[in-house]
Ligand binder design. Structure first.
Ligand SMILES: Cc1cc2nc3c(=O)[nH]c(=O)nc-3n(C[C@H](O)[C@H](O)[C@H](O)COP(=O)(O)OP(=O)(O)OC[C@H]3O[C@@H](n4cnc5c(N)ncnc54)[C@H](O)[C@@H]3O)c2cc1C
Length: 546
């Protein structure tokens, strides 16, 4: 195989995306001697953290855990200012990584991959970009992100609005000055919950339109003390290893008691303690919160009580309290003063659960016959998660089959890494892997390592093509589904289920078996001679290990 060539039209691997997945992939593949080109639609590196610049955007995984582990020097020299990093700090980190490992020279920015067709005769992917380039690659690696296609519902009259509109997932780089302006925020998922408290301090008035109330836990953010940073850095090797074998890629203290096996006082004490610590560790207060509805209800009720005690106006508090689905079954939100914001005089909440937004007008919008006037609308309406970004590329596999058609009834993968009939096409954190249910940095590193090692294996064994067997894929799809249904997750109409996109199949897309379990499965597959994958060595077909 050839060496790196930044502008070559034939390469070993094309990587799509220069977020944390694409950056690490490039670093690894380059180090292994594979010629590689990266295409990135954005103007620079960072992915999620490049696009999501809305005020208040912050990570909900602790900084010392949401970072790469592959370089000891990198993790030792990094000083994270806050326990939960703000978007600018994470973006700075992505830029630092790109510079430190000299990655930019193989990344082509402002270039969207529009088409990728598998050329069976040449055994190559033919990749096209919106800048008119055509590149042939043995391997195509989609590092396109799970939450990278912003979604705006198809509101009537949207184009008539005379003011400015923004989506949190595609925020102007220069920022927005909302001083003296009346704004609408549509959506109260993670992004809305992070943005609203900050927007309320900037704008003259904020009206929040809420379809579904979300459970949110306080972040209790603060600076990282030297002592805390040291406690991690001195033990990073062991802690990273521990992280990789946890359920969610996070080191958190899991209390291994059932919420139903302890007294009411013990429950209250535990919830109060975890609420005060802040972050998603609250959901590890007991071991059955995500599998037993009655246990879950005790945690949900605690959070409801907290909200009622924070929000002064009882009717507003009641609207903000989630009642229809178990806590934790939609991505848990982590906030900085979200509920307190509704005590401000310049913030109003409008419930659009039963009476949806009828239409957008030139001056604002109409709900239930009532008109609202705004200077700007902020859409915090989320993403077409996990499959939306892949479907935006015209991906055709063997025999012209399109990915979109193959996945019409829901994504079908083996291990979330590959899908049959699309040889040598890999996905980083694809559907069917833990991905969005985890600390994504841990999942990204594991996928990148697995994929790059597979390429090394193929090179060593003179194998040209790799793809899952039908049986392995069918079994994995079923396993993902069975495991999901052992939990409470399918009870919520969440974006994990595709429920935020009209017409999208209702399938629980990520693998909920846990990051550690999943890693062991991936390792066992390799140890068993890549069980469930078929390889093609060109002339001689290599039997698949089943
Ligand atoms: C607001 C927000 C908050 C988040 N908070 C957390 C958190 O607290 N903890 C956590 O673990 N995860 C969080 N995530 C998930 C986050 O996406 C991952 O942690 C991680 O950044 C994903 O990295 P990635 O490289 O896989 O994908 P991304 O960062 O999404 O990067 C994908 C890149 O691919 C590019 N791309 C896509 N399609 C094409 C194409 N056709 N051609 C060229 N380029 C393309 C995109 O422009 C993008 O830059 C959050 C996501 C969002 C949106």
């Amino acid at each position: 195989m050839s060496i790196n060539q930044g502008t070559a039209s034939t390469v070993d691997a094309v990587i799509v995306g220069a977020g944390f997945s694409g950056l690490y992939l490039l670093h690894r593949l380059r180090g292994l001697g594979f010629s590689t080109r990266v295409f990135e639609a954005g103007g620079d590196v960072g992915g999620t953290w490049y696009w999501n610049r809305y005020p208040g955007c912050r990570c909900d995984v602790e900084s010392l855990q949401y970072s790469y582990s592959f370089s000891e020097e990198l993790q030792q020299e990094r000083n994270w200012p806050e326990r939960f990093s703000a978007q600018p700090d994470i973006l700075k980190y992505a830029n630092h990584v790109a510079d430190r490992f000299d990655l930019r020279r193989d990344i082509q920015f402002e270039t969207t991959v529009t088409r990728a067709h598998f050329d069976a005769a040449r055994r190559r992917w033919s990749v096209e970009t919106d800048t008119g380039e055509n590149i042939a690659a043995r391997f195509l690696i989609m590092a396109t992100g799970c939450i990278s296609t912003a979604q705006i519902p198809d509101f009537d009259g949207l184009s008539d609005f005379a003011g400015e509109t923004y989506h949190t997932g595609n925020w102007p780089h220069e920022g927005v000055d909302f001083t003296g302006r009346r704004i609408a925020v549509i959506g109260t998922g993670s992004s809305g919950i992070q943005a609203i408290p900050v927007l309320a301090t900037q704008a003259e008035h904020v009206t929040v339109f809420q379809r579904t109330p979300n459970y949110s836990l306080p972040c209790q953010n603060g600076p990282i003390t030297d002592e805390y940073a040291r406690s991690w850095k001195d033990n990073y090797a062991a802690l990273r290893e521990e992280q990789r074998h946890t359920a969610k890629g996070n080191i958190r203290e899991l209390n291994n008691e059932s919420a139903l096996a302890v007294t009411q006082e013990r429950r209250a004490e535990m919830y109060q303690k975890r609420w005060a610590i802040g972050g998603a560790g609250f959901l590890s207060s007991f071991n059955d919160l995500l599998v037993d509805r009655a246990a879950n209800e005790t945690a949900a009720e605690f959070v409801r009580t907290q909200i009622r005690s924070i929000v002064r106006h009882p009717a507003t508090a009641e609207l903000l309290v989630a009642k229809d689905y178990p806590i934790g079954t939609k991505r848990i939100c982590i906030d900085s003063g979200y509920f307190e914001t509704f005590n401000r005089d310049n913030v109003a909440l409008v419930d659009v659960a039963d009476t949806p937004i009828e239409r957008i007008t030139p001056g604002g919008l109409v709900v239930d016959g009532r008109s609202f006037e705004f200077d700007a609308i902020v859409f915090a309406t989320g993403f077409d998660a996990m499959t939306g970004t892949l479907f935006k590329v015209d991906i055709q596999g063997r025999g012209g089959a399109t990915l979109r058609d193959k996945w019409a009834a829901g994504p079908r993968t083996y291990l979330g890494l590959m899908t049959r009939d699309f040889p040598n096409l890999f996905m980083i954190t694809g559907p069917g892997s833990p991905s969005v249910l985890s600390n994504m940095m841990v999942s990204i590193e594991q996928h990148v390592d697995w994929v790059t090692e597979s390429l090394v294996h193929m090179r060593a064994e003179n194998l040209e093509l790799m793809e899952p067997t039908l049986k392995a894929e069918d079994d994995w799809v079923e396993h993902v589904n069975v495991v999901a249904h052992k939990t409470l997750f399918p009870l919520a109409a969440s974006w994990y289920m595709g429920a935020n996109i009209p017409g999208k199949p209702r399938i629980f897309m990520p693998y909920i078996g846990g990051v550690g379990t999943y890693r062991s499965i991936c390792e066992a597959v390799v140890a068993d001679g890549y069980r469930g994958f078929a390889f093609d060595a060109g002339a001689a077909r290599v039997a698949a290990a089943e």
